[in-house]
Design a protein around this ligand. Structure first.
Ligand SMILES: Nc1nc2c(ncn2[C@@H]2O[C@H](COP(=O)(O)OP(=O)(O)OP(=O)(O)O)[C@@H](O)[C@H]2O)c(=O)[nH]1
Ligand SMILES: [Mg+2]
Length: 272
C-alpha cells in the first residue's frame, strides 16, 4: 500500500544535470511496483526485443502491452511472451483508437492493480529501456519524470531534420501557448507516480496523438506537481512503420491553440 504525502513549494532549479520545472507539490513515500506500459499497433517486429530489454534493464518491473488488435499479430506474440513470464501482461483492445486511449486504458489497469509507478514507453526502440533506470532514479525527487531530448545531454539519433524541426517546434509552440516550463513536452518516455495520475482528472482527457502527451504534461504542471526532465538519447525506429500522420499533427495544433487561447481568455477575465 502506498502512503504518499505532499510537500509544498519546491523551487525551479537545475540539479545534478536534471532540469527541474516550476512545481509545487512533491509526493514522498514508497514508490511501489513499477509498471512499464507499452502501447502497440503493428509492432510484431519490435515487441519481443523491447520487452526483453526492459526485463534486463529493470528486472523488478512489470510490463503491460496495450495492443489495439494489431493486424500483424503483435497481440498474439505478447500472449506467448506473457505465458512464459509472469512480469508480462497484455491488454487486448478491439481496434485502433489512438495512443491516448491506449494509455488511458493502461493507466486504469495499472492503478486498479495497485502499481505505484506507471511508465510510458514506445515499442519501436526510440525509448531505450537501458535509460529507464535513470528515469526511475529521479522519481523519488519528483511527481513526474520526463525523458527529454531537448535538455543539455539529451539527443536524437538518425532523425531527419524535418522530424526534429516538428518536434522542437511543437514543444516550443506548446511552451509559448500554454506557459508550460518543459523543454520536451511532446516526448513519450515518462514515469508517473500513481498519485500524480490520480490527481490529474485523466477521465476527462480526450486527446489522442502527440497532444495526449502535451495534455498530460500541462495538467501535471497546472495541478502543481513537481516535474523533472532527465536527458535521454532518442533513437529513430529501425523496424516497422511509424503511426505518425498529418491528422495527429493537426490534432495537436488545434487542441494546443484552443487550450492556449482559452487559458489566456480566462487569465484576462481573472478566472485564472
Ligand atoms: N495501442 C495503440 N498503440 C499505438 C497506436 N498508435 C501508435 N501506437 C504505438 O505508440 C507508439 C508510438 O508510435 P509511433 O508510430 O512510434 O509514433 P512516433 O514515435 O510518434 O513516430 P516515429 O517517430 O515515426 O516512430 C508505438 O509503440 C506504437 O505502436 C494506437 O492507435 N493504439
Ligand atoms: Mg516511434
Amino acid at each position: 500500500m502506498l502512503t504518499g504525502t505532499s510537500r509544498a513549494s519546491v523551487p525551479a532549479s537545475t540539479r545534478g544535470g536534471y532540469t527541474v520545472s516550476e512545481g509545487g507539490q512533491r509526493t514522498t513515500g514508497p514508490l511501489g511496483t513499477v509498471l512499464v506500459i507499452i502501447p502497440t499497433y503493428n509492432e510484431a517486429e519490435n515487441i519481443a526485443a523491447i520487452t526483453s530489454r526492459v526485463r534486463s534493464s529493470v528486472p523488478h518491473a512489470h510490463i503491460l502491452v496495450v495492443d489495439d488488435n494489431s493486424p500483424d499479430g503483435t497481440g498474439k506474440i505478447v500472449d506467448e511472451l506473457a505465458a512464459d513470464d509472469n512480469h508480462i501482461h497484455v491488454l487486448h483492445r478491439k481496434g485502433k483508437e489512438g495512443l491516448g486511449a491506449a494509455y488511458l486504458a493502461g493507466f486504469g489497469w495499472g492503478i486498479e492493480n495497485d502499481y505505484g509507478v506507471l511508465v510510458e514507453m514506445d515499442a519501436d526502440g526510440s525509448h531505450r529501456p537501458e535509460e529507464l533506470p535513470r528515469l526511475l532514479t529521479a522519481l523519488p525527487g519528483a511527481d513526474l519524470v520526463l525523458g527529454s531530448r531537448w535538455v543539455p545531454g539529451g539527443s536524437v539519433v538518425n532523425w531527419p531534420k524535418s522530424r526534429e524541426f516538428l518536434s522542437r517546434g511543437g514543444s516550443l509552440y506548446s511552451r509559448l501557448m500554454l506557459g508550460v516550463p518543459i523543454r520536451d513536452v511532446t516526448g513519450g518516455f515518462r514515469a508517473f507516480r500513481k498519485e500524480t495520475l490520480e490527481g490529474l482528472g485523466i477521465a476527462e482527457v480526450a486527446s489522442q496523438g502527440y497532444c495526449f502527451q502535451v495534455d498530460l504534461a500541462w495538467r501535471t504542471v497546472k495541478s502543481g506537481f513537481h516535474v523533472v526532465e532527465v536527458p535521454i538519447t532518442f533513437v529513430e525506429r529501425e523496424r516497422g512503420d511509424s503511426k505518425m500522420s498529418r491528422a495527429i499533427v493537426a490534432e495537436a495544433l488545434w487542441r494546443v491553440t484552443a487550450w492556449g487561447l482559452g487559458h489566456r481568455a480566462r487569465a484576462l477575465l481573472g478566472r485564472g
